[in-house]
Design a protein around this ligand. Structure first.
Ligand code: P1T
Length: 380
């Protein structure tokens, strides 16, 4: 099946009891058993729930994989992967990451004896010098949040395979519509479903997807044992959002392209980070592994203090100043004080997350209104 058909149908079948075409919200915590252990495949909703299962099967199908697990947030999904590690293990990851990923790595798992190497992954060969016999995991994000670096998924996968380490790709910024890391060698794909996948900024959710049954079973153990699983209402909302993922992504990419070009020619802007520009350092990698360039853009304001930057960030009328991304509505974010506030200044500034950087999630509103809003906010 092709992507659009999977987005609408995968994992979903008319309900066996009523014929309902839309997957019902199975609002139940538990399931009747005829005698102990004799049941219809569902025992208790922390572990399994039919609405969630439909979503998980759909997510797996969108990533061309066999197994999906949904979590109550992207961070719960990340936490579940990290539970596979033990004290003494080492992880190689990127130097530009969502602030919450950096926080769980450094403030939660480093305390438990796991070592993280934050490396410039734009050259995948750079990973090799950080590998040793304790390395157990390579974790990448691409495009990166918020400086839109593009990491070569396949090239990093080759290094991971050679080293025999687990390879995880956070595919949140691209969504499965734009790239499928499992096809390029990833063992696990992680998503903040909160973003493009659910798409309407009304749900917080995460997911892990894999093709490896043994890995799926290990992840399922922690999913059920630790219990960071979402309820059926949120699972329903995510499933409903996915039905238009392909339509939304096309519109995000088209609006993103126009916004990126508009910003690039604006006199108040020093730099625009968007992988669709031919002079983006990894544009060719983006072209190779992504189907289009997405709706995420970051800009650096020219000669702007923190105060000037706050003023611009607070001047929008159509865009909302808010954390998060990937919803139908356009959002503005100030990473240094919002989404990446938990990263020390000297660490974030090294990769360009400076005080005058603003991140833009381009929504699917009318492009003329978006450009007009950018014009007026930047004119102040
Ligand atoms: O917010 P949550 O669903 O828990 O997902 C965490 C997460 C993981 N990975 C990436 C790349 C992310 O961007 C996020 C969440 N990011 C934001 C809230 C943000 O505004 O960047």
């Amino acid at each position: 099946m092709k992507f659009a058909t999977k987005a609408i149908h995968a994992g979903q079948h008319p309900d066996p009891t009523t014929g309902a075409v839309m997957t019902p919200i199975y609002q139940t915590s538990t399931y009747w058993q005829q005698s102990p252990g004799e049941h219809k495949g569902y025992e208790y909703s922390r572990g399994t729930n039919p609405t969630r299962k439909a979503l998980e099967d759909c997510l797996a199908a969108l990533e061309n994989a066999r197994f999906g697990l949904a979590f109550s947030s992207g961070m719960a999904a990340t936490d579940t992967v990290l539970r596979l590690l033990q004290s003494g293990d080492e992880v190689v990851t990127g130097n530009d990451l969502y602030g919450g990923s950096y926080r769980i790595f450094t403030k939660v798992y480093e305390q438990l004896g796991i070592k993280f190497h934050f490396v410039d992954l734009s050259n995948p060969e750079a990973i090799r010098s950080h590998l040793n016999e304790n390395t157990k995991l390579i974790w990448i994000e691409t495009p990166t949040n918020p400086t839109m670096q593009i990491i070569d998924i396949e090239a990093v996968g080759a290094v991971a395979k050679e080293a025999g380490v687990l390879y995880v790709v956070d595919n949140t910024f691209a969504s499965p519509y734009l790239q499928n890391p499992i096809d390029l060698g990833a063992d696990i794909v992680m998503h903040s479903v909160t973003k493009y996948i659910a798409g309407h900024s009304d749900v917080v959710m995460g997911a892990l997807v894999t093709n490896n049954e043994e890995l799926y079973k290990r992840l399922f153990f922690y999913y059920n044992a630790c219990g960071g699983t979402p309820g059926p209402q949120d699972s329903f909302l995510a499933l409903r959002g996915i039905k238009t993922l392909h339509l939304r992504m096309k519109a995000h990419c088209e609006n993103g392209r126009q916004v990126a070009h508009f910003l690039r020619n604006h006199p108040r802007i020093e730099k625009v980070y968007w992988p669709g520009f031919e002079d983006h350092p990894n544009h060719l990698v983006a072209k190779k592994q992504m189907r289009d360039f997405g709706g995420m853009i970051s800009i650096v304001l020219k000669d702007a203090s923190l105060q000037d930057t706050f003023k611009v960030a607070s001047s929008f009328k159509v865009f909302s100043l808010a954390e998060s991304l990937g919803g139908v509505e356009s959002l503005i974010n100030h990473p240094a004080t919002m989404t990446h506030g938990s990263i020390p200044r000297e660490v974030r500034e090294k990769v360009g997350v400076v005080d005058n950087l603003i991140r833009i999630s381009v929504g699917v509103e009318d492009i003329e209104d978006l450009l007009e809003d950018l014009k007026q906010a930047l004119a102040l």
